[in-house]
Write a protein of this length. Structure first.
Length: 187
């Protein structure tokens, strides 16, 4: 191999190595945990919105990308289920349940790469419901953190869910992104 070609290959390898190192250091600087909050007004009363959120058998009617939901809990337990969706297979566990007011669900990724909780708060508003969803999540993989931070909107999944609920109820919703309050940031 000619000298200039060896230098070119060596230079490219060095440049690629430096790029990977920079990406790795950037990823290490990003926080593992994140908090994002989305909110929208829905026309139905809180009881009807609650029913849509908690009737596991009917969730695939309004939420796109759900292939299967299998109930894992006994009837006298807080709901726990396995959900197969566009992202993979997840186990979800209900941590808190205050009918028509508050629901906290934890997503557990069997691979441990990401997870967290979704808190749904339902408040009566103008004859309907203000539904606010707060995601407190983590991303274990450094590469996924970079993609999540620079490519994907942390509100994306919540916004899709709020819009899907709006469509289910025959309305178009305007989603708002809220800054987490001090209580949310400190958890």
């Amino acid at each position: 191999m000619r000298v200039w070609m060896r230098r070119l290959v060596l230079g490219l390898v060095l440049l690629l190595s430096l790029g990977i190192l920079a990406l790795w250091r950037l990823a290490a600087a990003l926080p593992r945990e994140h908090v994002a909050t989305s909110s929208a007004h829905l026309d139905p009363a809180p009881e009807r919105v609650w029913e849509a959120l908690t009737d596991l058998e009917r969730i695939p009617e309004w939420r796109e990308g759900i292939a299967d939901i299998v109930l894992l809990s006994a009837p006298d337990e807080l709901p726990r289920w396995r959900e197969t969706n566009d992202w993979g297979v997840f186990e979800l566990v209900t941590l808190e349940r205050e009918p028509a007011r508050r629901l906290v669900v934890e997503a557990q990724d069997p691979g441990g790469q990401f997870g967290g909780t979704w808190t749904y708060v339902l408040e009566p508003e103008a004859g309907g419901t203000r539904l606010t969803i707060t995601e407190r999540g983590f991303i274990a993989s450094r590469l996924a953190r970079v993609i999540g931070h620079y490519v994907m909107d942390p509100h994306r999944t919540m916004d899709i869910e709020l819009r899907a609920l709006g469509t289910y109820f025959g309305q178009t919703v305007r989603v708002e992104h809220l800054a987490p309050g001090p209580a949310e940031r400190s958890r």
